[in-house]
Design a binder for this molecule. Sequence first.
Ligand code: TXA
Ligand code: MG
Length: 317
Amino acid sequence: MSAEILHPGPEGIARAAGLLASGELVAFPTETVYGLGADARNDRAVARIFEAKGRPRFNPLIVHLADVAAARGIALMDSDAERLADTFWPGALTLVLPLRPEAGLSPLVTAGLPSVALRVPDHPVAHALLAAFGGPVAAPSANPSGAVSPTRAAHVLDGLGDRIAAVVDGGACPVGVESTIVGFDPDPVLLRPGGLPVEAIEACLGGPLAMRGAAAPVTAPGQLSSHYAPGAAVLLEAATPPAGALWLGFGPGCKGAALNLSPAGDLVEAAANLFDALRELDSRAAPGQTIAVAPIPDRGLGRAINDRLRRAAAPRG
Ligand code: TXA
Ligand code: MG
């Protein structure tokens, strides 16, 4: 069995919404990466997500919604949460909020936690699908657990094509890295850098955003050592051409790089190209050959890029 490829017009959206309603898995584009969607109220459908990805059940999922009103029905939002949602939704921001037990979500979505991760994506196809389905859609990135996240429908098919009912092909994801995740402790705290720059969140809140310390107990994104990893080994901070390795460059200084995330040194462009570039170099790498990545400035989207690269380079479990 292989996945139906749906076009993002009204017919494809109606088909995708119908599959979700009957408990099937449907991958769909968001502005960050492709998500692997299931009806968040249906235990069997949500269980299929974990099975298809090979994802540990203790790692909770993000619930995708059409608008902030739907979010208020699922979680409690204090004034900071309301302000962040008002400013950045729809967009590449996920908020981890106290769950309303009466919301009717499958407990598998939250891995039994009293909190739930919510996001209103800013992508016309995602929005059309969420509106047509009319309910909460649990969706992790649509890749096998630990692998590089998909930014094109073809990436989804490569990794999960024989394990899902359909993928809606909405072209390349414009942001290219996953959403930024903010929790409340009860003050806002950064759980994962992502497609919304931390600086923008700090400007909205009017002060620095706390970062979750490494010793924190919650199952946070990327506590699993290796993640976002291509098959080839990844080496970081390669400022000059590394002997024998494939060099992934950034900026105008990287003459002779195999690929350059952004020859102009633009971090937004680099984020959009990151996962595609890792896949491309992985396919070019000879057995045993390493991918060596140029230094990326640690500001704006560079924080998310460096976070993903560190995990891609982490020791393989
Ligand atoms: O951009 C994105 O966020 C994409 C698209 C599809 O929306 N989704 C995504 O999902 O990246 P995923 O499952 O790959 O990452 C979600 C992260 C997980 O690492 C999980 O640990 C964290 O969100 N998370 C979910 N619920 C949580 C909770 N209640 N408390 C703390 N972390 C939570
Ligand atoms: Mg993921």
